[in-house]
Design a binder for this molecule. Sequence first.
Ligand code: FES
Length: 152
Amino acid sequence: MSEKEGGGQEVSRRDFLANAAMTVGLVATMGTAGVYGVRYLVPKAKVKKFVDVLVTNLKELTPGVAREFIDATGRKGILVNNNGKVKAFSKICTHLGCEVEWHQLKKEFYCPCHEGFFDADGKNIKGPPPRPLDEFKVTVKDDNIYVALEEV
Ligand code: FES
């Protein structure tokens, strides 16, 4: 660098290029660090895959009858035929996680831990459960009943 008339400094071409290269390098480093920082703080969401699993058929699941099942991840479910409407729910109560039971005569789910009740559509109707039971997708094909379960 050299002194310019009027007290300012004149920047040599070499210094200018060195400063420009350093600035570009700094910006690239900060950008890369920013991208990795965001990836660290916001991990990729795992995409769940589901597969239709044959659980039973309509001859065995007559109206009013329920049947329990378990998926490959260990989650317990319950399949119920409510007057021809076949639905599948998680057995886990939405209050504090106890297992619900199906009452065939009352046509409702009951949680014995804190007297929670759900109707045949899984809707919380009485007691402390704050929301409906989790539901599985059900498909009936040729009288066979398939439940969409998470692939492991
Ligand atoms: S855990 Fe089911 S009502 Fe509390």
